[in-house]
Design a binder for this molecule. Structure first.
Ligand code: F6P
Length: 494
């Protein structure tokens, strides 16, 4: 049942003038802020707190520097909020009902598309009611853009929750320049084929002038699907998109733009005396172990947390590591907690951690420090500085910005990164210790190489990875996407 809409006063946030239009708009499922209860659980008094995930981390720096608007959901079901400004950004909230959250967000986005796009690590579910909701909600996001996009505005749609929006915008507003960026992988056609609505999704994305992906293989997968399921004729990753009468409406292009992080923010924090002191305090509080290993993830089955714990447990079991010398800190931030697969995962991970700690802890030492929390960026950087080895063992990941944050924070050019070859970041961080997380023996060997990495070798690797990230930060990512978007509109390479 549709729930009644609850209007709540929003005194903390200044309104945006009604009728205002924008030349640049970003659209994503979530706004960069979520509704929260002021003053509770570390929340400030504004009634808003930063929302989770790499997407927000990547786009917020750009949006604070432009005059554009950000359209998205504010994280509270059944609540209508007028457009407002926060943290230097104009925000245009889209309302989602309790039903929308269940069917469009938890259902189609996170129990159909998410597993389907991540190598079907968990089985995707296909429900027509979820799809109907996905279409309806995508139309609502499109309407919110249409209402406040200036003539000829550039609109940048983000991620898998909104794949129908480009086509909807194109239909209603052919004057717009439309970009789309997929933050997660795009599956090969052999897997994408399972989706009953595969044609509509491809058609939705082809409404954009430029469809951006994390890796070249994602862009290639998309174009292979366009060819296979829509019969599109693809030349040099471009399709001439036609209307019903066969007239070309625009040229849609697919290309990889690997996303990155706000290098300046992380570098500055890594040099701040209070953050450095906090890192030292973390080590002291843990009894100054020889080696601290660190995992930082949303609690998601794509992240390979089980595989990491298994490898660590076996290293303790066979005596290669000793709980007196080595501790694993696992930050697992709460995520999508009402989706069944995520509930099951949490139970499993927490059971495994309990088992490992019960078996290997001493009164002095804990094997795994498991933290089911989200932390502010200052604390994250302190954790990066406090840790000797970062473990990124994703089974599939669009990019993984944690890997890039870790190397950026290591201003001393030390520490080691164990990185899954199935994370997009592996394309750029080639000097990491690259692993296949399914190969537990290989993972154990890589962890031990990282733990024992000679200083000179660690510096050589870290220096090269840092250079890569420092030279390709998130500003460069957004600038290169937007430059390419501008170009595709005026160019026809046929
Ligand atoms: O990048 C993947 C992504 O789903 C983003 O779209 C999102 O902002 C982030 O992860 C966090 O996920 P959620 O919004 O479902 O909490």
């Amino acid at each position: 049942m549709e729930q009644p809409v609850r209007e709540i006063p929003d005194s903390a946030a200044p309104d945006v003038a009604p009728g205002v239009t924008y030349d640049f708009m970003v659209v994503s499922n979530r706004l960069p802020v979520d509704r929260c209860v002021p003053g509770v659980d570390g929340n400030d008094d504004s009634g808003w707190r930063r929302s989770p995930g790499g997407l927000v981390t990547a786009l917020a720096p750009m949006m604070t520097k432009t005059d554009g608007a950000w359209v998205g959901w504010h994280g509270a079901p059944d609540e209508t909020v007028e457009p407002f400004s926060h943290g230097g950004m104009d925000l245009v909230p889209v309302q989602l009902s309790t039903d929308d959250v269940e069917l469009y967000y938890e259902g189609f986005s996170n129990a159909t598309l998410w597993p389907l796009y991540h190598d079907v690590i968990a089985p995707p579910e296909f429900h027509r009611t979820w799809w109907d909701s996905y279409r309806r909600v995508n139309a609502r996001f499109a309407e919110a853009v249409i209402a406040c996009a200036a003539d000829g505005a550039t609109v940048w749609v983000q991620d898998y929750q909104l794949q129908l929006v480009p086509r909807m915008l194109r239909k209603a507003r052919p004057d717009l320049k439309i970009g789309f960026f997929n933050h997660i992988p795009f599956p090969p056609p052999e897997i994408f084929a399972q989706l009953p609505w595969r044609r509509a999704i491809i058609d939705g994305l082809l409404g954009a002038d430029l469809v951006g992906f994390q890796r070249p293989s994602d862009a290639a997968n998309f174009m292979r699907s366009a060819r296979r399921f829509l019969g599109a004729s693809v030349k040099r990753q471009q399709v001439h998109v036609k209307d019903k009468d066969g007239a070309v409406t625009h040229l849609a292009r697919a290309q990889a733009f690997p996303i990155s992080i706000d290098v300046e923010q992380i570098s500055e924090l890594a040099k701040r005396p209070d953050v450095i002191e906090r890192a030292q305090q973390i080590r002291r509080d843990m009894g100054n172990p020889t080696t601290i290993l660190l995992g930082v993830d949303r609690l998601d089955y794509t992240k390979g947390i089980r595989h990491r714990l298994k490898a660590f447990e076996e290293l303790l079991a066979d005596g290669t590591l000793d709980v007196g010398d080595a501790t694993l800190i696992q930050v697992a931030s709460p995520s999508r907690e009402r989706v069944e697969q995520y509930r099951l995962l949490r139970e499993e991970i927490e059971g495994t951690v309990g088992h490992i700690n019960g078996t290997y802890d001493t009164l002095l030492n804990t094997a795994v420090r498991y933290l089911h929390h989200s932390y502010p960026v200052e604390e994250m950087v302190a954790l990066y500085l406090a840790s000797d080895v970062m473990l990124v063992t994703a089974l599939r990941d669009g990019m993984n910005l944690v890997a890039k944050e870790y190397v950026t924070a290591r201003t001393g050019e030390d520490g080691a990164l164990v990185l899954s070859e199935f994370a997009g970041a592996a394309d750029q961080l080639k000097q990491a210790l690259l692993i296949n997380p399914h190969d537990i023996d290989g993972l154990k060997a890589a962890i031990m190489t990282a733990v024992n990495l000679p200083k000179k070798e660690a510096t050589r690797r870290m220096r090269s990875m840092r250079k890569q990230v420092l030279d390709h930060d998130v500003d460069q990512w957004s600038a290169s996407f937007l430059a390419a978007l501008k170009e595709t509109v005026i160019r026809d390479d046929s």
